[in-house]
Design a protein around this ligand. Structure first.
Ligand SMILES: CC(C)(COP(=O)(O)OP(=O)(O)OC[C@H]1O[C@@H](n2cnc3c(N)ncnc32)[C@H](O)[C@@H]1OP(=O)(O)O)[C@@H](O)C(=O)NCCC(=O)NCCS
Length: 153
């Protein structure tokens, strides 16, 4: 996804999260040289337009990858879209030199936790009351890590 795509990412994020990130916030993450976003799109319709279904935003720093956010439209869920995005992001992170990938996930986010566990992420830490809602209340974040197997030459 190039910089022109941030409005699409912001719209997807708004559909997926109660407290969405602005296009500007997404842009600031994307313009970092270490940042990248991958967009999933549906099959093109008769008019040739393929609707965006979801995206993943990551960055790489010092050999470590980080998933910053992952969002799939409610109507497109449970069809493997997020799984495909996570797998593609791992491939991209490896090509950019990452040796491990970290992320934070809400303790109560069963859908995301199940997906990450299936994709090889393991629990390495917990951040207490990491997600604070503007409406009050908070949720712990679990810190997950996926090692990347070294390919011997
Ligand atoms: C989490 C999210 C990205 C998953 O997207 P998705 O495209 O539905 O994921 P997939 O179709 O690839 O499903 C992956 C697995 O998640 C699991 N899953 C999906 N929804 C689930 C639910 N409500 N409860 C428990 N497990 C669930 C399934 O085990 C599924 O595996 P399966 O295909 O073997 O059954 C999506 O629900 C979402 O956008 N949620 C809101 C934003 C969010 O929480 N992002 C993650 C922040 S860390």
């Amino acid at each position: 996804v190039g910089l022109a795509g941030v409005d699409v990412l912001a719209a997807l994020h708004r559909e997926a999260f109660d407290e969405p990130w602005s296009a500007l916030a997404l842009l600031e993450l994307l313009v970092q040289s270490s940042g990248f976003a991958l967009l999933a799109q549906g099959e093109p319709a008769q008019d040739g337009v393929a609707l965006p279904l979801g995206f993943i935003l990551c960055r790489i720093a010092g050999g470590t990858g980080e998933v910053l956010t992952l969002a799939v439209l409610p109507a497109a869920r449970k069809q493997g879209v997020a799984t495909a995005l996570v797998r593609a992001a791992i491939v991209e992170a490896v090509s950019r030199g990452a040796e491990a990938i970290f992320l934070e996930v809400g303790e109560n986010n069963d859908a995301a936790r199940s997906l990450y566990a299936r994709e090889g992420f393991v629990l390495v830490g917990r951040r207490s009351a990491y997600y604070r809602r503007s409406s009050g209340g908070s949720t712990d974040a679990l810190v997950l890590r996926r090692a990347i197997a070294k390919v011997s030459s």
